[in-house]
Ligand binder design. Sequence first.
Ligand code: SAH
Length: 257
Amino acid sequence: MLNVRYLALKLIRANHKVLFVFFLFSFVFLIFCHLSYCFSLHEDSQHYKQLRYKMVNQQIAARGIYDQKVLQAMRDVPRHLFVPERRQRSAYGDFPLPIGYGQTISQPYIVALMTELLKPEKDDIALEVGTGSGYQAAVLSRIVEKVYTVEIITPLGRAAEKLINEMGYKNITVKVGDGYFGWEQYSPFDCIIVTAASDHIPPPLIKQLKNGGKMAIPVGKPFQVQKLMLVEKSEKGEIRIKNILPVRFVPLRRAQR
Ligand code: SAH
């Protein structure tokens, strides 16, 4: 019995260096795995790039979006970085995703369709109402000269602003406020995109649309199917409204007065 204990002790002593090295390596390996996981959450990778290209081919181009600028912007913007970490793996699916505070990032096809409807050009000034995650603003910013975007929920607006700055999108300005009133200071806008549904088209937005400009907006009652409308202002200032397709958006809220 004594011999067994003696032998065991000897064995442990002989191997303590080996054990130490083993544990040290395991520790370093675990730290490495953790760091590379954290890093991957803020990084675009080959894997996500492939998913994004597939998304553009199968969900967007295949459904008739043909504006090359829009397709390229959708390929360029890493959508997975705009969704909460635990949703990143689903970021390139054909559906909207929750982004917190009861809000959603739209389905990729709807983002592409609304962007294409605006017929955006490189020297355009655009207004977005409903910044949310900042994804739609980032897509638009790849095409136009400047994007002004308004978000009513303070933490969402601040988080989107931080992400947009960290990612280096220099031509987007975020404001927290009620986008129902647009952003008069920078109006008129060539393009206006509203990513929350209103039961009517806000008159201030029509006013802030440039002659010859376009606005995409979901119109209808909250939590029901709404109509995606394209509002066009002619060079003479006449308004024409086209009904594009049924959609489902979160409601356009109104600030408490
Ligand atoms: N475009 C966003 C998704 C929009 S979800 C994206 O790419 O992620 C709709 C957003 O509109 C929500 O964040 C909601 O808080 C915001 N919103 C609702 N009413 C608003 C208002 N009156 N003014 C500005 N933003 C509003």
